[in-house]
Write a protein that binds this ligand. Structure first.
Ligand code: ASP
Length: 448
């Protein structure tokens, strides 16, 4: 059987196991389309407004509950991960493999994105559509985002080092937080036995946050239902037809990444069975899709990977870092979106600028936050210096913003899948993957 069919079947099995979440997802899509259609032809009635407010409340409550556990989870996972790895050699091996695999995946993503944007020309002839569609309010929001990022590249990097870790923690700035935790955890690993009380403290925190996550996951089906319905209701599907080539390029790119690149990485660098592994992380993929937030999906990715055989050591080190720094699907989307805008405005792009777009997309995507819309905000960095006028930039950016949610749901699903794939490959390489657990039916019960 062809590999993509096997993967689809594996995902189908994962979905069947968690039929309630899948049902929530589908029902959310249908309700969202119906609400959008209603809204387009009627003045919103009181019932409509109440329905929207209730859905919004449920969706936001679900996502905030998960966000609530992210910082203690990331903090404790990295401290345990690094201190349990202990010796410098193994830590170095994990680190180098992470950088190598994530780089291969991201470079593949931008090359695929560039090729598709060049072959499909998604932006040709859509300039007038972009101008009419961009609402004035959105333009104001995005012009601020562009202004914030323009020309401050070195400042952006400097800001990643937290002058005050407590401030970074309170603001939830993930990269500065991770830099602080890593420095702290490496030092902790080096001080020897004296670190025991602190490590035990974080072990308890980790166990407790995973327990809280188990509880929150009971709300996954209504949460995903509500999030999807509100997202689709403000978006609709009519926009697909007007810029179908844009969506076509993005979705073909995502499909290649999911069905070709990830399996090749698994097959070439490890003996992880592709079909089984997709089945193992299907719940996390659905939650990634529904929440459009890699950070919010982190607890569930950890649960899927650990309960299905990847050691705690590898999961607690590689996954929090991957979820914060690896956004391959976002990088692919940014490349396609930027070329879409240059094509729409008839701006020719030189070969050197293509290289610049590719490199900046990898950098910009890794500095993005794993939250809904995180990747579209950092796109301003990639748009710099391409010759778009300020008006075109704001207008184009606002347009992308308006149609972004559905793309965001798919790219988040891919972002977390690649995190899990790299984790599994490293675990295989380092003999940290228990294949009996991965293949045992018992491991597939009771995640959500
Ligand atoms: N929402 C994405 C994520 O959390 C980031 C993005 O907007 O591309 O992975």
């Amino acid at each position: 059987m062809k590999l993509h069919m096997q993967i689809l079947i594996a995902l189908g099995l994962g979905i069947k196991r968690n039929g309630h979440i899948f049902l929530g997802l589908i029902a959310g899509i249908i309700l969202g389309i119906a609400m959008h259609a209603y809204n387009a032809t009627h003045e919103p009635t009181a019932i409509y407004n109440v329905l929207y407010a209730v859905l919004n409340f449920i969706g936001q409550a679900f996502i905030r509950l998960i966000q609530m556990v992210i910082i203690p989870l990331v903090f404790s996972a990295i401290v345990i991960g690094i201190s349990s790895i202990g010796d410098n050699k193994q830590l170095g091996a994990f680190g180098i493999k992470m950088v190598v695999y994530y780089s291969i995946i991201s470079i593949a993503a931008v090359i695929i994105g560039l090729t598709l944007a060049w072959a499909i020309h998604p932006g040709n002839g859509v300039q007038s559509f972009i101008s009419q569609e961009s609402a004035v309010e959105t333009q104001q929001i995005v012009s601020q985002a562009i202004a914030d990022q323009k020309g401050h590249f070195s400042q952006l990097l400097i800001n990643l080092i937290p002058a005050n870790p407590m401030e970074a923690l309170s603001k939830g700035e993930m990269i500065p937080i991770i830099i602080f935790i890593m420095v702290f955890a490496i030092a902790l690993a080096k001080v020897g036995e004296i670190n025991r009380p602190v490590v035990s403290f974080f072990e308890s925190i980790f166990a407790a946050t995973m327990k809280v996550t188990d509880g929150i996951m009971y709300l996954a089906a209504p949460g995903i239902f509500a999030l999807t319905a509100t997202a689709i209701s403000s978006f609709g599907i009519s926009v697909f037809s007007s810029i179908s080539k844009y969506f076509l390029a993005i979705f073909i790119g995502f499909a290649i990444q999911l069905f070709v690149v990830y399996p090749i990485i698994m097959k070439v660098f490890s003996k992880v069975p592709v079909r089984l592994f997709f089945a193992a992380i299907a719940e996390a993929m659905m939650v990634g899709f529904g929440t459009a937030s890699s950070s919010a999906t982190l607890p569930l990715v950890i649960a899927c990977c650990e309960k299905r055989g990847i050691s705690h050591k590898v999961c607690s080190f590689v996954l929090p870092l991957g979820v914060t720094l690896n956004f391959d699907a976002t990088a692919m989307f940014q490349v396609i979106a930027v070329l879409f805008l240059t094509q729409a405005y008839g701006i020719s792009v030189e070969p050197l600028q293509i290289l610049q777009i590719a490199v900046l997309a990898i950098v910009a995507s890794s500095t993005c936050a794993g939250i809904p819309g995180g990747g579209i905000i950092t796109i301003a960095l990639v748009l710099n210096g391409l010759g778009l006028t300020p008006t075109q930039m704001v207008e184009g950016f606002a347009f992308l913003f308006a149609v972004d949610r559905i793309v965001d749901m798919f790219r988040t699903m891919l972002n977390i899948t690649s995190d899990a794939v790299v984790t599994a490959v490293i675990a295989d390489n380092e003999n940290e993957l228990n294949y009996d657990m991965l293949t045992s039916e018992e491991s597939y019960k009771d995640i959500i």
